[in-house]
Design a protein around this ligand. Structure first.
Ligand code: FRU
Length: 700
């Protein structure tokens, strides 16, 4: 079949139709890559979560298969059980006892099936007693298993489900925020390991099992590094450092939402060690969230003044019929969480039911980073009394021209910690901070203690991808350590349900091969598209070298359909200019286009989708979709800078350097925007070489 609706990616996986989110149950077995995924069988927005299924022999050409696990409804159409994210393994040793006889060998001995086992989160919206007499609470999220004897085509749910009904007693109140089990076989200890998240607590729980049915908690990890947002979809796996099979390290990959690098969803990682029980992140990979950003200058300090937010020039609009917005001087630390000092800004606390905003005075961006000392969340987070997290949200946004360049929604951060935003692209421009009550709810708050500018970053996380559209990344079981592959969901919860596509919605990233490489004395995760993508390459469409690329831009002719799907490889060295790069999906007047390049002064790789085409499909104000996404990549003056860029109609994925930088971004170009331009800004760029290769459709 051939899927060619507007914006339909041609070499990224999409479902035939309907909504899709996280990749699930990535497992390689008998020459086949299985991919299950979060899927709505009933529509093109999130809901009725089920597991879709597809297979591939090369991670590039996919075959759609029947749904694997389908959301269960009662006779009135109410949801009884949804199948949230999880993983899959093949139980080759029949540790689970779930294998069945499938025949006899020549000697008459019974041959057993090798069951494929899916480990997922059961979400039960309605309280009930299961047929195995387990008592389920309303909204419970619990870990369950199902097995298949026909390579994932048909599934049987284990009668003892859920196998991990609730978190340990000390987290008993988190019974409805406990999800996304990633299971793998740990060879040194010959047992199964499971990592699942206590989403709101930003804690990962590690369990072990001999049989996939009985699980023992071993340890916990977190919270650490990026501290705002729910932790979801962990993945734990070993990789070799610099291809040395004697130098193994373990990587914890996890999703954070909302609290990603820009708006909404993001993926962060930790490199460390795992002894079969406990994951310990390397010291060099963990950051002190309370450390003041280096070289900071204060913009506003709510702590030290006795003035109100009004005195500091902030204005409030909207409905604050409750007790908010609190004046800076009147916040009572004790009534919040008992650890905050006086003089912080908040929108509201109790009794509030309306929606309002507080805006800072306009200011000119004068440094590379804006950092703020903040705490916030839904308080007290008690699911029985305070509604769902979504009902209780306050966010702070950096807004320029009505567009959100950064956004952070308060979640259950327990202390004041620094959050840092890269604002280098907008130096010299006017901006303001807007604190928005996203959803009316009685217990939402966001405290800002201090706002400072700084020129160097406040390290807060190891971002696995610096774009807005790489989330819930999962990795394959069943491959050797040197062939670890990750796939992410190429979307963002900040606008996922609104992207302008039909009747399918959302794609997966290109499968990425992961490795560890020492770069500037630090071990980094390096990502590159799997090699098999090259199967789809056309002949080279354009290749050129410029000893000196002069100030200005040059149009490059790329014939359709490859002007919508191509790989661009760029190499260049700093000249007199300040930026070098390419504009994709651009129109003749340069009014629209996605700008990708390197900023020599600020040492950043960037993807700018502020004018990428349709940017206004989200109806909320200010608009969270447009933005310019930057990733720090320090270079020396004479270094060769390498970018490889994959365009697939409605997305760009950029890999820079050795792949230590990735930026993934959706774009929705206008119909008449198909030009490709190279540019050098404020001067020339040296030793430029460029090649463009078309990419054929994987669906034909
Ligand atoms: C991440 C996530 C998971 C959950 C799934 C539900 O995107 O929120 O935590 O299992 O999506 O579809």
């Amino acid at each position: 079949s051939y899927y060619n609706e507007k914006y339909r990616p041609q070499f990224h996986f999409t479902a035939e139709k309907n909504w899709l989110n996280d990749p699930n149950g990535l497992v390689y077995h008998d020459g086949i890559y299985h991919m299950f995924y979060q899927y709505n069988p009933k529509g093109s927005t999130w809901g009725y979560m089920s597991w879709g299924h597809a297979t591939s022999t090369d991670l590039v050409h996919w075959k759609h298969l029947p749904m694997a696990l389908e959301c269960e409804l009662d006779s009135d159409g109410n949801v009884l059980e949804m199948f949230f994210s999880g993983s899959a393994v093949v139980d080759v040793n029949n540790t689970s006892g779930l294998a069945i006889p499938i025949g006899k060998d020549e000697k008459g001995a019974v041959i057993l099936s090798k069951p494929m086992v899916a480990i997922y989160t059961s979400v039960y919206p309605i309280a009930r007693t299961m047929s195995n007499s387990q008592i389920i609470r309303e909204g419970q999220q619990a870990q369950s298993i199902a097995f298949s004897h026909d390579n994932g085509l048909t599934w049987t749910k284990y009668e003892g489900n859920p196998v991990i009904p609730s978190p340990p007693v000390e987290y008993a109140d988190q019974y409805n925020q406990f999800r996304d089990p990633f299971v793998f076989w740990h060879t040194p200890s010959s047992r199964w390991i499971l990592v699942a998240s206590l989403a709101i607590k930003q804690i990962l729980l590690i369990y072990s099992s001999d049989n996939l049915k009985n699980w023992t908690m071993e340890s916990q990890f977190g919270p650490c590094n990026a501290r705002f947002g729910e932790w979801e979809c962990p993945s734990l796996f070993p990789l070799y450092v610099d291809d040395d099979t004697a130098a193994e390290k373990w990587v914890m990959l996890l999703g954070i939402n909302p609290g990603g690098v820009i708006v909404g969803s993001g993926t962060q990682s930790f490199i460390g060690s795992f002894d079969g029980k406990t994951f310990v992140a390397d010291q060099s990979d963990t950051y002190d969230p309370t450390k003041v950003p280096f070289g900071s200058t204060v913009f506003q300090d709510f702590e030290s003044t006795s003035s109100t937010y009004e005195d500091l020039g902030w204005t409030a609009t909207g409905d604050f019929s409750g007790t908010g917005p609190r004046k800076a001087s009147t916040v009572n630390a004790g009534s919040a969480k008992g650890y905050l000092g006086n003089g912080v800004l908040t929108t509201h606390i109790d009794g509030h039911s309306g929606t309002g905003t507080i805006a800072s005075p306009k200011f000119t961006i004068s440094a590379n980073y804006i950092n703020f000392l903040v705490a916030g969340g839904y308080y007290p987070y008690n699911p029985d009394t305070a509604g769902t997290p979504e009902d209780n949200q306050v966010s702070i946004n950096l807004v320029i021209d009505g567009k959100v360049m950064h956004s952070q929604t308060g979640t259950n951060a327990d202390n004041l910690v620094w959050r840092s935003w890269n604002v280098a692209p907008w130096i010299g421009q006017d901006a303001h901070l807007i604190v928005i009550d996203v959803n009316a709810g009685p217990f939402a708050y966001l405290y800002i203690d201090e706002i400072v500018f700084s020129n160097s970053p406040k390290d807060e996380a190891n971002w696995n991808d610096f774009g807005p559209d790489y989330y819930a990344a999962a990795t394959y079981n069943g491959l050797p350590t040197s062939e670890r592959v990750a796939i992410g969901w190429m979307n963002n919860w900040a606008y996922a349900n609104k992207i302008p596509t039909s009747t399918w919605r959302s794609a997966m990233s290109i499968p990425r091969k992961l490795s560890l490489k020492t770069i500037n004395n630090k071990v980094r995760i390096v990502q590159q598209p799997v090699l098999s993508v090259s199967k789809l390459y056309s002949s080279t469409l354009y290749t050129h070298e410029f000893l000196v690329f002069k100030n200005g831009d040059i149009k490059v002719d790329v014939p359709g359909p490859y002007n919508a799907r191509m790989k661009l490889a760029l190499e260049f060295t700093r000249g007199t200019g300040t930026k070098f790069g390419v504009i994709l999906c651009s129109d003749t007047t340069n009014t629209h286009g996605t700008v990708i390049g390197y900023d020599f002064l600020r040492q950043n790789v960037f993807v700018n989708r502020l004018k990428s085409g349709n940017i206004s499909f989200v109806d909320s104000e200010p608009n969270p979709f447009p933005g310019c996404f930057v990733a720090p990549m320090p270079t020396q003056r004479t270094d060769v800078i390498r970018l490889s860029i994959f365009l697939d109609w409605s997305s760009v994925e950029v890999f820079a350097g050795h792949g230590e930088i990735a930026i993934t971004s959706q774009i929705f170009p206008l119909n008449d925007s198909a030009e490709v331009k190279l540019f050098s800004e404020d001067g020339s760029t040296k030793s430029v070489s460029m090649s463009i290769t078309g990419i054929d459709s994987a669906w034909k």
